[in-house]
Ligand binder design. Structure first.
Ligand code: F6P
Length: 320
């Protein structure tokens, strides 16, 4: 019988993490379970920053971006001796179950702790939408809204000056944010990791557009593919058209979560308690065709995210 559950947020924060914590706390308390918040992700677990949460603490957070528990990147958690300290900290408080909210890096930590006897459930939360076992991650739709609003603003100035505008978008190695924002932002071209092209090929595509008579262009590009500032200089030199680069950066991670993320996070938070109570562990929650599901964390970590990149890529090409 589960009496105490810990919860932490880990890796890059994402809008909706607070709503997930709230869902966990409210559902847990209703079932007579004590919920403990761990500050700053796995680092806080290692440093024993564990505090009991209550209904009041999670009031007025559903609409807040970021994570009130704090987050961190703590690569040292890969070392068994550090995880051993974390497990000891949980055991001292008689907490033997943990809900980890984060991306695939956080899944690895959860799986390792699960193997050390802590029942872990992970909830996918990252703006990148790059976690397998789920159609969407918490935070993805909010980030898309932020990105598309920014593209709309860039469009005003790009059109006024008849420029080529390169916009760099987050996503690490996943093109989902770039893909969907290219469609919603009405962009002229995109480059994503799943379909990377050289700067020479990109130039050919831009020259085709210029030939077709278009006066200005917005091209969205996933981070880590080029040095976007020098790419802008190259394009400007070769096309003789003013070119500017904008790196959207961390604005994409903040802001009020959209309704979809709040609802998704609340469903997943509540469901995490439900399946822990039923005796499941080592599971990650997902949403598949709008139904909440759970899969093995280990299996999810070993398989590449099956997503609809091809569908979106084909659609975006029809719309350029
Ligand atoms: O995983 C979310 C994310 O925002 C990625 O899109 C990006 O590559 C990375 O985190 C940036 O991490 P940090 O904030 O640690 O620099």
């Amino acid at each position: 019988m589960i009496k105490k559950i810990g919860v932490l947020t880990s890796g890059g924060d994402a809008p909706g993490m607070n709503a997930a914590i709230r869902g966990i706390v409210i559902t847990g308390i209703k079932l007579g379970i004590e919920i403990f918040g761990i500050k700053d992700g796995f680092l806080g677990l290692y440093k024993n920053k564990i505090k009991k949460l209550n209904r009041i603490i999670v009031s007025d957070i559903i609409n807040k971006g970021g994570t009130f528990l704090g987050s961190s990147r703590f690569p040292e958690f890969k070392e068994k001796k550090n995880r051993y300290i974390a497990v000891k900290n949980l055991k001292k408080k008689n907490i033997d179950s943990l809900i980890v909210i984060g991306g695939d890096g956080s899944y690895i930590g959860a799986q390792k702790l699960n193997e050390m006897g802590i029942s872990c459930i992970s909830i996918p939360s990252t703006i990148d939408n790059d976690v397998s076992g789920t159609d969407y991650t918490i935070g993805y739709y909010t980030a898309l809204e932020t990105i598309v609003k920014s593209i709309d603003k860039i469009r005003d100035t790009s059109a006024s000056h008849k420029r080529i505008s390169l916009v760099e978008i987050m996503g690490r190695n996943c093109g989902d944010l770039t893909l969907l924002s290219s469609i919603a932002g009405g962009c002229e071209f995109l480059v994503i990791p799943e379909n990377k092209i050289s700067k020479e090929q990109l130039l050919i595509e831009i020259l085709k557009k210029i030939k077709n008579g278009k006066k200005h262009y917005i091209i969205v590009i996933t981070e880590n593919l080029y040095d976007i500032k020098s790419l802008a200089k190259y394009i400007e030199k070769k096309t003789n058209k003013e070119t500017r680069a904008t790196i959207l950066g961390h604005v994409q991670r903040g802001g009020t979560p959209v309704v979809y993320d709040r609802v998704l996070a609340s469903r997943m938070g509540s469901y995490a308690i439900e399946i822990l109570k039923k005796g499941f562990s080592g599971r990650c929650i997902g949403i598949k065709n709008e139904k909440i599901v759970h899969n093995s964390i280990k299996k999810s970590l070993n398989c590449i995210k099956k997503n609809s990149t091809h569908y979106w890529l084909n659609l975006s090409k029809k719309l350029f």
